[in-house]
Each structure stands twice: as C-alpha cells, then as structure tokens.
Design a protein around this ligand. Structure first.
Ligand SMILES: Cc1ncc(COP(=O)(O)O)c(C=O)c1O
Length: 387
C-alpha cells in the first residue's frame, strides 16, 4: 500500500483505552473484572420473553424509520410521567441503536466542519471520537473531584468560542458515578441560553441513582427547545446486547437526526424494540431490584476502597466507583497493569476517559457482591505492597 487509504479523521482516532486492556484480560484465567461497563444481570425474563414472542410471531421486518409508534408513545408517556417533559411521539422522538447511534446522529446532524463541542471529562470513551468523526472539534473540559466531577460554570463559560455549537452533558456519569445537581445544571442552562448552544444530554443511566434526584435536562426552564435528550435501555434494564435507545428533541432538530438514521441504519432492531416496549410497560420492578443490588454493592466497594487508602468520591449514580490511586505513587496505567498481573483484578485506567482521569481508575460494581469482596481482598494485598 503506497498511500493512506483511510480518511485522516479516521486514521487519527485513538483506539479505545478500554479495548486494549480487555484484550489482555481475555487471555487470562481467574481474573475478577471490575472493568466491565455493563450490567452483570441478564435482561429480566418478561422482557426476554417479549423479544422471543415477537420473533415467533414473525415480527422480523423493518419498522418505521423512527421506530415503532407504540414504543415512541410509551417513551413519551414515561418521560412525561417521570420528568414532566413532553415530546410528541410522532415528530419529536426516535428509536436508535443505543445511545451510541444517537450520539453519532446528533453530532452528524449538528456539526459543520470545525464546529466545537464542549465535552466535560472524564466521560464515556466515545464522546470525543463521535465529535471528530462528524468533522467537529471536541473541546475537553476537565472536572474535579472537589466539585463532585460536575462542570464548573466559570470553566464552561471560558471554554466557549465563536465556533462552539454544543455542550455534551452526561449525568449520571460514566466513569465517575457523579450525578449533576439541579443547581449546577441551572448554571449550565443559563450559559447555554446566553451563548445559544445546543445541549446534548446523555441520560442513559437515569434510573440508576442512589438517594439523590436525577434532573432531566430538557425539563429545566427554557431548555426543552435547545436540548437533544439521549436515553435508552442498555443500563437501566440490563439490555446492552439488544442495542436499543432513543433520542428526543424539537421536531426541527429531530428531523436532522432522522435523516442521517434513515440512510445509515434504517430502523433499530425490531426484536429489541418489542422488548423495549415490554421494559417500559412492566420493567420498573425489575429495575428497582437491580438498582437495590447495585446500591448494596456500592455500599461495599466505596468504603472498601477508602479503607485501602484509595480515596473514593461517593458516587450517586450508574455503577462505577472512581478511586484515586495517588498513594501508590503509580500512574493509572501502571497501577491497572500491575494489579492485573499480580492480583488478577481488572480495573480501567482513568485516562481512558479523558483528561481529569489522571490518577484515577474506574471500578465497576456491576459485578457480583462476592466477587467485589474477593477483589477488595486481593487489592488489600496489593496495597500492602504498594500503599
Ligand atoms: C454514558 C454512556 N453513554 C452511552 C453509552 C452507550 O450505550 P448504548 O449501549 O445505549 O449504546 C454508554 C455505554 O457504556 C455510556 O456509559
């Protein structure tokens, strides 16, 4: 090959720091993984059954581009009931292949070449890449433990340039487990309004909060008309493999997303849409059961890590703990590699999630309680050597 066949924006993308690490984990025996970013639960039985029934009924065809109308109606009802935010299921809601696709659609539909999106970090590994793939420029905005890993309004305002188009919010947050407070979100809202920014709000973990309120961003005064709300089923309902999520936005914006979706995806998987409908209708008790179990594990892992000399911010959402590993004198890559090699515990280096992740590792507690206990024992041995 004498020339670069790949487009510059693709050739320049860094492989995900998580993947690299898990390729190594996959070759090892007896590893306790606190690395995975997905529920360890299988999808609740009634939801599974709804998918199976739909296949048996022969529902093996495309749906409408925007997704089954019954599912969009059920989504609209749930958003209204839970957050008092209203979307017209005919024109303001669409079903996507997870939030992953919805992010891609939002960026592709919004960004002209060189337009900037402010991305608070640490954040989900795909955010910056999604902006770059769409021809935009991600502007990383580090957040800090002393602020509960929430955006500092003055930093946000300072990051805005004439090219800023949007800000990408994520609450509850992966990897920190932080949940944005109403007060901070109102500040963000004020800034979005002042600078006429679009807000893309990834609320994928909205049902997984522990003792705090989840604020739905478009429900804040004045924000509905400038927000693209992204949500889904992967985490709340333990449905990562089904690949189903949604985007909700004012019709003029949603039309743009739908246009991209129509030519790239056509429609989200039909079986998954049927299962998602069942999840909305009857999934709540199952979500609550899983949420309680995550919370039980959270109350094990957070004090456990703190006792080991790994100061851990108290996460109020998702299923991640984000300990600081400074006491070991190691950087996060070395820490994760040594811990894996010497004690067979897998965690993810914080820098996989962007700046602000230096000195941290992500420990997922979407792992059985007993495994977390064992992982903490292994980590205790490790910390005796290096703490
Ligand atoms: C914050 C966040 N957004 C989006 C995604 C992608 O989720 P989905 O399975 O809906 O594509 C993830 C997955 O880990 C995530 O953590």
């Amino acid at each position: 090959m004498t020339r670069e066949y790949l487009a510059t924006r693709v050739a320049g993308l860094k492989p995900s720091g998580i993947r690299k690490f898990f390729d190594i984990v996959a070759t090892m025996q007896d590893v306790i993984s606190l690395g995975i970013g997905e529920p360890d639960f299988t999808t609740p039985a009634p939801i599974l059954q709804a998918g199976i029934r739909s296949l048996e009924r022969g529902a093996t065809h495309y749906t409408s581009n925007a997704g089954q109308i019954e599912l969009r109606r059920a989504l609209a009802e749930q958003l209204k009931r839970q957050y008092r935010v209203e979307y017209n299921p005919d024109t303001e809601l669409m079903v996507t292949v997870g939030v992953s696709e919805a992010l891609y659609l939002a960026m592709t539909a919004l960004l002209n070449p060189g337009e900037e999106v402010i991305v608070p970090t640490p954040c989900f590994v795909a955010y910056q890449a999604e902006v770059t793939l769409a021809g935009g420029v991600p502007v990383e905005l580090p957040t800090y433990v002393e602020d509960g890993f929430q955006v500092r309004p003055q930093d946000l305002e300072a990051a805005i340039t004439p090219r800023t188009k949007a800000i990408l919010l994520s609450s509850p947050n992966n990897p920190t487990g932080g949940v944005a407070t109403r007060q901070v979100l109102l500040e963000v809202a004020r800034i979005a309004e002042k600078h006429d920014l679009v807000v893309i709000s990834d609320e994928l973990y909205d049902q997984l909060v522990y003792g705090v309120e989840h604020v739905c961003f478009p429900a804040l005064p004045g924000m509905w008309s400038r927000t693209i709300l992204l949500g889904g089923f992967s985490k709340n309902y333990a449905m990562t493999g089904w690949r189903v999520g949604f985007a909700a936005a004012p019709a003029e914006i949603l039309r743009g997303l739908l246009r991209v979706h129509q030519y790239t995806i056509m429609s989200a998987p039909t079986t998954a849409q049927e299962a998602a409908l069942e999840a909305l209708r009857n999934g709540a008790p199952h979500v609550e059961e899983m949420r309680r179990e995550y919370d039980r594990r959270r109350r094990l892992i957070v004090p456990g890590l703190n006792q080991l000399g790994l100061p851990t911010f108290e996460p109020h959402g998702a299923f991640y703990a984000f300990p600081h590993i400074g006491a070991t004198g190691m950087d996060e890559d070395t820490f994760a590699q040594k811990l894996l090699q010497e004690e067979k515990v897998a965690v993810v280096p914080g820098t996989a999630f962007g700046p602000g992740g230096e000195g941290y590792v992500r420990c997922s507690y979407a792992t059985a309680y007993e495994k977390i206990e064992e992982a903490l024992q292994r980590m205790e041995r490790f910390m005796r050597r290096y703490g």
